[in-house]
Structures are given as C-alpha cells and as structure tokens.
Design a protein around this ligand. Structure first.
Ligand SMILES: Cc1cc2nc3c(=O)[nH]c(=O)nc-3n(C[C@H](O)[C@H](O)[C@H](O)COP(=O)(O)OP(=O)(O)OC[C@H]3O[C@@H](n4cnc5c(N)ncnc54)[C@H](O)[C@@H]3O)c2cc1C
Length: 429
C-alpha cells in the first residue's frame, strides 16, 4: 500500500473541493496538494447537473434571503460568473432571465412595495415586470391564468444556469496548467481521519495519506469527519432530498416563487435544463431522507453515526417540524415522489407557475435530485440555513446545502487564505 505525504489534502471532488484546489493552485505558493475523491470522476454527487437546480444564486430574487445576506451571496455570485464567462466553455452555463413570481394580492403587493424598492438600488439587473410584459417574456406563465388573478415579477437579466459538474472539470483542467504538482486520486474513499503527532492520517481503501492540513469538502460527510476529530459535536444534519419533474419546453428562463411564509425551504421553481433547454424542470421537492447521499441507501449506516440520531436529536427534529409548520409541507412533498398520485398532487403546485400544465406533461425524473444536508444545531434546536464551515486546528470542514455551488469560488478564496495561514505560506488574490 502506498503512503503519501502532502501539505494539504482536500477530501471531495465536487464543486467545493475542486474550486479550492483551483484557488490554491493559482493564488498561493502551496504546491504539494492532493484531492481525494471516492468516485471515478468529479461532481458525481450534489454538483451533478441532474441533482441540483443549476442556479447561480445572487440573492436578488431569493425572497428567503434578507438584504444583508443577499449581498454576501451577490458578491460570491459575481466571482463565479466572471469565471464562467471568461472560461468560454461549451456546455458550462446558459444565460437566461431569472425571476421571482408573485401570485395574488399579498405577494404582488409585497414585491412591488417592499422587496423591489429595497433591492433595486443594490441589483441594477432587476426590474419589475407586470402581466403584459410577462405575457411576452414568459408566455406560459400568463396563458390560461384567471384574468383577475394579480401577478407580477421581479426579473433579473442575470439568470445563470450552471453545470456545476462541468465547472468542477474546468477547475481541474486549470489546475493541471497552473500546478502540475497537484495530485488527484479517484476511486479513493476516506474511511477515517485521525490526528497523530500534529499530522493528519487519512485511512483510505487504497492506502494511507498524510497531511499537515485537511479540508473536507465532502458534503454531509464533512460533518462526520469533523466529529471524528472532535469538532462540531453539537451539530446534526437534516438531509432534505429534492426531486425534479420534467415537462417539455414550457419556460424560457428561471421562474422562482415567493417564499412561503414561515417556511425555511424555497418553494418549487421551473426552469429550462442546462443540459437540454427544451426541457423545463420543476422542483426541487422537499423530502427528509435519512441518507448522507441520495440514491445510495447504504449511506444510511453513516447517517446514524451523527448525533442527530439520539434522543436529543430526535426531540429537536420533532420540535422543528412542529414549530415551523413543516410537517404538513414535508408530508405533502414526500407524496410527490409516488407514482400516479405524485404527479397529480405536484401538478397543483406547479400550475401556480404554468397554469396550462397538464398531468401528461409531468414526468418524475427517476434517479435524479440530490440531498441538501441542512445543519441542525442541537444546542439551540434551530436549523442553520445555508452552507456551514467549521474551522479547527489545521483543518476545515464544509457542509454545503444550497446555495453551496453558487458560492464555491468565494468559499474557496476564504478557505485558501485560512490554509495559507495554517502553513505560513503566501496567498494573494
Ligand atoms: C435538490 C438540490 C438543488 C440545489 N440547487 C442549487 C442551486 O440551484 N444552486 C446552488 O448554488 N446550489 C444548489 N444546491 C446545492 C449544491 O448542489 C451544493 O451546494 C453543491 O453541489 C455542493 O458541492 P460540494 O462539492 O460541496 O458537494 P458534492 O458535490 O456533493 O461533492 C462532495 C464530494 O465529496 C465526495 N466524498 C464524500 N465522502 C467522501 C469520502 N469518504 N472519501 C472521498 N470522497 C468523498 C463525494 O463523492 C463528492 O464527490 C442544490 C442541492 C440540491 C440537493
């Protein structure tokens, strides 16, 4: 069995891990880096285009973000968009419009009078579109709708749909040019991480790796490894699976809905698939599933190692579901994955976006859709939305529900700076 020694080992070859390898390779003087991935290629889990919503979020149309948070996401989105635009890679992204659609008196009033005036000064790409304009830019949003139903939308001209798996490949291609010393190991699964005499020992199926610094970018597994090293013991994960429906060519851009009051998760949206613009996807649904990774039932056995599977954890989860009125919502969403009745129930939700949608139009995408590892704080009993980073002694752990992919480059710069500080090396962007 080979033994490898590195300054930095990155665990996980999704968009988070590959972005960090890219940033370290371009903006630091650290050369001796390895990325270890258990699958045969990059971006096979949540970063795969079939598994996520492909949106480059920037906060402008996400009504679940307060302005302060939206502006942080906007900054990160600009970095990502500058990269994909400059890269000019076939199939990497598609630029359309992105909107948040208000339906009914309350939502339209809120968009017109509250949200739009507050956000417009910070988002020059936004404008308010009334029904007549929507009839032109998204005809199927208006067609067949009750004439008396109020609708309007905040529309951004910066609607980026990104293939985050392709993005991970682009990062690796750039790494090969800028840091030929960087090593990438596929089909290598980290089983355990220990710290011995100040050095990390990573036990894998192909041998032992040693590193001065470890960064976990392994989705839900990052928290498991953090806890193996004694960090984040007060945290658990609520894994929220999201499925998608296909419906044929219905929408030209991304149509999001106003956040449901009191709901921590975004409502479903519709958009053309970055892989096939002629197919409009609706989703993602919201279904808790006790797996670390979707469609991999064996990962249940790793999930139960997290402290969420304890009396305290179960009590916190029950309280969360009751308090946030989530139970009914989640139950309804679980039904969406069922044959026959699933599309029928889902249709009612999707018709708020496209009123003429029919049962025949909707096809559940089998084997698609990932899991958002939402962090639950077992001390406060609260869900911690967005991506979560734990920083320990010479180690970093990233757990990345949405919008983890949108902020991958910004997170990579943040982590690269920290890694350089750990090693006493240079980082300058
Ligand atoms: C339904 C859904 C919709 C979403 N929509 C959006 C969106 O529109 N916009 C957005 O920005 N984000 C979205 N997200 C979130 C986004 O997909 C993730 O934040 C992003 O893909 C996370 O990238 P990652 O590299 O951190 O994780 P992943 O892509 O999951 O990669 C983690 C990698 O770690 C590897 N790994 C795990 N354990 C080990 C181990 N033991 N040894 C070696 N390797 C290991 C895995 O194989 C995997 O390749 C969505 C997510 C879901 C599920």
């Amino acid at each position: 069995m080979p033994s490898h020694e590195y300054d930095v080992v990155i665990v996980g070859g999704g968009v988070t891990g590959t972005a960090l390898l890219y940033v370290l390779s371009l903006y630091s003087d650290i050369r001796n880096i390895a990325l270890i991935e258990k699958n045969a290629s990059v971006g096979e889990v949540n970063s795969h285009p079939l598994n996520n919503a492909q949106t480059s979020h920037d906060g402008g149309t996400e009504t679940n973000y307060p302005l302060e948070h939206a502006l942080l996401v906007q900054k990160a989105a600009k970095l990502l968009r500058a990269y994909v635009e400059a890269r000019k890679t076939e199939g990497l992204f598609k630029k359309t419009h992105r909107m948040v659609l208000g339906v009914g008196e309350d939502e339209t009033r809120d968009l017109r009078e509250e949200r739009f005036p507050k956000f417009k000064p910070h988002y020059p790409d936004l404008h308010l579109a009334e029904k007549d304009e929507l009839r032109v830019i998204e005809p199927n949003v208006v067609l067949g709708r009750d004439e008396n139903e109020a609708i309007c939308a905040m529309v951004s001209s910066e609607g980026y749909a990104v293939n985050y798996q392709r993005l991970s490949e682009c990062f690796l291609e750039d790494v090969r040019v800028h840091n030929p010393y960087a090593k990438v190991f596929f089909n290598t699964k980290i089983k355990h991480i220990r710290k011995e005499n100040g050095v990390f020992t990573l036990e894998t199926n192909t041998g032992v790796y040693r590193a001065s610094v470890v960064v976990c970018a392994a989705g839900a597994y990052s928290l498991l490894f953090a806890q193996e090293l004694g960090y984040g013991m007060h945290l658990g994960i609520l894994p929220v699976a999201g499925s998608f429906y296909s419906s044929g060519p219905l929408l030209k851009g991304k149509v999001y809905r106003v956040q449901i009051e009191g709901m921590p998760f975004a409502a479903i949206h519709g958009d053309p698939d970055v892989l096939n613009q002629a197919d409009t996807r609706f989703g993602p649904t919201t279904k808790p599933l006790p797996f670390m990774e979707r469609h991999r039932p064996k990962t249940f056995f790793d999930y139960v190692k997290l402290p969420i599977v304890s009396l305290r954890g179960l009590w916190v989860l029950t309280k969360l579901l009751m308090n946030k009125k989530l139970l009914g919502y989640v139950f309804k969403n679980a039904l969406y994955d069922l044959p026959v009745i699933g599309p029928y129930l889902f249709l009612r939700e999707a018709r708020v976006i496209v009123p003429t949608l029919t049962y025949q139009n909707l096809k559940l995408r089998k084997g698609a859709g990932g899991i958002r590892p939402q962090i639950v704080n077992l001390e406060t009993g609260e869900l911690e939305m967005g991506d979560k980073t734990l920083v320990g002694e010479n180690c970093i752990f990233n757990t990345t529900p949405s919008p983890g992919a949108s902020v991958c480059l910004a997170n990579a710069h943040r982590d690269a700076k920290q890694v350089a500080a750990f090693l006493g090396k240079k980082y300058s962007a």
